[in-house]
Design a protein around this ligand. Structure first.
Ligand SMILES: [Zn+2]
Length: 304
């Protein structure tokens, strides 16, 4: 299955797991595409089946700056002259890809940077092309497509610029990388990601009574019982933290030693994923320190 209809004119073109993502397509008075990271041929084939072309897209909305979500934005803009809309934190990062790399922790001095760039250029080609956001959005801003109203909802944690997009009339929410995927997520693998903010954002979505959440990565993207699914998602964060604590109790005393235990991504061969794992372990160590469960003695972490 390459696409799923969710409502009248409301479709998801399935991209699935990283390095692609699910793309929400709204065919209304305007043709609106949210997170163009699915296969561009799948998007084109889907639009053709609706008697449309890529050049008919009016608006592209970006949920956050991650390359797997912005992949085809610049090319779609070039092809269709569509406007690109993103929030006020994402916009300057999209407009200056050097700022984007710094934001993601991939500054010039980081030895992993060229390997990450190679990964992006081979699997998410287009994401590092220079382009410009036409419309900056803020938390709570509304955008109408004709019969649907979209409302921006800031949900930091995954990254500081992460936002979900509420689809008001059918009362759905596009969750982007609050994706309920327990295989790859929850992901907080950058220096400026935050576990406490991620948990706050989960609580906010659980508090709101949507009739369903559209995942940015699950093959079956519509989750009606999303509140229960978020409980398991949150437990997954706690389970990782328990494993980090267990390794420290077993004698792993530095982030490098804990990272070698491959708790989150069980691959020790890919330097890019090792970097993500390191940053995620750093967030768990900070959380354990803050909870008073570990302390630092002679530059080594020990259980209290
Ligand atoms: Zn992301």
């Amino acid at each position: 299955m390459t696409h799923m209809q969710i409502g009248a004119g409301l479709h998801v073109v399935i991209g699935g797991h990283f390095p692609k993502c699910n793309t929400l397509v709204i065919i209304d008075d305007d043709v609106v595409v949210i997170d163009p990271g699915c296969g561009v041929e799948d998007l084109r084939a889907f639009l053709m089946a609706q008697h449309l072309e890529l050049s008919d897209i009016d608006t592209v909305i970006l949920s956050h700056i991650h390359p797997d979500h912005i992949t085809h934005a610049v090319r779609l803009n070039r092809l269709s002259r569509c406007r690109i809309a993103a929030n006020e934190i994402t916009a300057p990062l999209f407009n200056d890809k050097e700022k984007m790399k710094d934001f993601l922790g991939l500054h010039r001095a980081n030895p992993v940077r060229p390997l990450w760039e190679k990964l992006v250029n081979s699997k998410m080609f287009g994401a590092l092309e220079e382009g410009r956001v036409d419309e900056e959005l803020q938390n709570g801003d509304k955008l109408t497509t004709g019969s649907y109203t979209l409302q921006m909802l800031y949900t930091p944690g995954h990254l500081p610029d992460h936002m979900c997009i509420e689809i008001r009339e059918p009362n759905l929410v596009f969750g982007a990388d609050m994706d309920l995927d327990l295989e790859f997520g929850p992901f907080y693998g950058h220096p400026n990601s935050s576990i406490p903010e991620f948990k706050d954002s989960i609580s906010r979505l659980q508090h709101n009574n949507y009739s369903g959440l559209i995942s940015g990565h699950l093959q079956k993207p519509l989750i009606e019982d999303y509140k229960t699914a978020f409980d398991a998602y949150q437990r997954h964060i706690g389970m990782r933290e328990d494993l980090v604590l267990a390794e420290i109790m077993e004698g792993a005393g530095t982030v490098a030693e804990i990272t070698l235990k491959a708790i989150i991504y069980p691959s020790l061969t890919d330097p890019v994923f090792l970097q993500f794992e390191t940053w995620m372990i750093e967030h768990h160590v900070a959380s354990l320190l803050q909870r008073g469960l570990i302390e630092e003695k002679k530059k080594r972490y020990v259980a209290v």
